[in-house]
Write a protein that binds this ligand. Structure first.
Ligand SMILES: NC(=O)c1ccc[n+]([C@@H]2O[C@H](COP(=O)([O-])OP(=O)(O)OC[C@H]3O[C@@H](n4cnc5c(N)ncnc54)[C@H](O)[C@@H]3O)[C@@H](O)[C@H]2O)c1
Length: 358
């Protein structure tokens, strides 16, 4: 596309996160949200009214046939990511795809194959990469402050945070999993990003479901459907080995009897020259100077436009500049392969080697 034209965006899925995307893209001059669609037309109508979006399409197929749209945001339940993202790429649209890439690794591979044929931008929506402290740590890593990062501990142990009990969120055939695929994917993505080029090779993991099946541990995201189903995990733990010998341990829960790191996301990076800790909105760099330990506190800017707007801008810049996004198709596939290997390891009790064949 001509690089100074406004990118025309359509939003597929007007639920919780679709609504957030509408708000974020509206803040940017370089694009305009021109259409929205949802399986519930009334919801699409009300969002269109709220955000001043001129067109409501009857369904996603009508949106993809609309030549006035350059790019779509896919913000639907996980099982629909692959069919919609593939059709969008085949229709010539650029795609910002919500996480996880797909509800299983086979579907993620289908998306990557469609992407490779498409010559379009496919970007994963992992806004945590654009959070201020995470950007600062990445910058220090790129300057060599940590040296070789050989061990990373990450996770997000929510105490009482099961989203939308009984809805698609807690049904395996719609979501592909519980907290591992929901919030674990963010921590996995961010950790692999900070670890640089390390490529996951094998995984050993276990999942548990102690709260969800008993209708306990319910959080505030999404409305419960008490006639629905809960057949996913509520806690997962895994060790991931990389091709350069480094290791990543990942622990996530929607519900657990713990206040571990105040139930907030965390990453501890241990490198040969230094370390970094990101936890509960605070960040530190660690070093040994002479015979003393030294910590440097990282500061969050008092005024910040926000990670999601930076992520949205990056998507537009990639479309205009024909660039590969930071949260690329291959990064989405990598995350999907690791997640699936953790589920398989839990089922089989064995370590699982990742299958990269496309
Ligand atoms: N990046 C993040 O931090 C983040 C946060 C929350 C959710 N998400 C992801 O966003 C996606 C949506 O989550 P949510 O919380 O908004 O769920 P949601 O249930 O609130 O919204 C999903 C919407 O998709 C609509 N929908 C379903 N099938 C459709 C179809 N075929 N065509 C058009 N619309 C359809 C539903 O009617 C619903 O309104 C999930 O993949 C989730 O993992 C990401």
């Amino acid at each position: 596309m001509v690089s100074n034209e406004k990118v025309r965006i359509g939003i597929i899925g007007a639920g919780n996160i679709g609504n957030v995307h509408m708000k974020e893209f509206k803040k940017l001059d370089e694009c305009t949200v021109v259409a929205v669609t949802d399986a519930f037309p009334e919801l699409a109508q009300s969002r269109a009214k709220e955000h001043g979006i001129p067109v409501v399409h009857e369904n996603y197929k009508a949106m993809l046939a609309d030549s006035q749209i350059d790019a779509v945001v896919v913000a639907v339940p996980n099982e629909m990511h692959a069919p919609i993202a593939i059709e969008a790429l085949e229709s010539g649209k650029h795609v910002l795809l919500e996480k996880p890439m797909a509800f299983n690794a086979a579907s993620a591979k289908d998306i990557v194959r469609a992407f490779l044929k498409s010559q379009r931008v496919l970007m994963m929506a992992h806004q945590m990469r654009w959070e201020p402290l995470n950007l600062q740590v990445k910058e220090q890593i790129e300057k060599g402050a940590l040296g070789h990062i050989y061990n990373v501990k990450t996770g997000w142990m929510r105490r009482k945070g099961i989203p939308g009990w009984g809805t698609w969120f807690t049904q395996m055939n719609k979501s592909g999993g519980g907290p591992l695929i929901d919030i674990g994917v963010h921590m996995l993505d961010l950790s692999l990003h900070l670890m640089g080029g390390a490529k996951p090779v094998s995984v050993f993991g276990t999942t548990y479901a102690e709260f969800g099946p008993k209708k306990r541990g319910i959080g505030t995201w999404g409305k419960p459907d008490w006639n629905g189903l809960y057949d996913v995990e509520d806690l997962a733990t895994a060790l991931i080995k990389m091709d350069n010998g480094s290791t990543l341990s990942l622990d996530v829960s929607w519900a657990a009897n713990t206040d571990f790191i105040d139930n907030q996301p965390y990453i501890y990076l241990m490198g040969s020259e230094g370390g970094a800790s990101l936890r509960a909105g605070k960040g530190k760099l660690h070093k040994e100077v002479f015979d003393r330990t030294a910590d440097i506190e990282l500061t969050v800017p008092s005024v910040d436009e926000g990670s999601r707007v930076r992520m949205s801008r990056h998507f537009i810049e990639c479309i205009r500049g024909g660039k590969e996004p930071l949260t690329s198709a291959m990064s989405g596939l990598t995350n999907s392969l690791v997640l699936e290997a953790i589920y398989e390891s839990s089922r089989t009790g064995q370590a699982v080697t990742l299958d990269w064949s496309l």
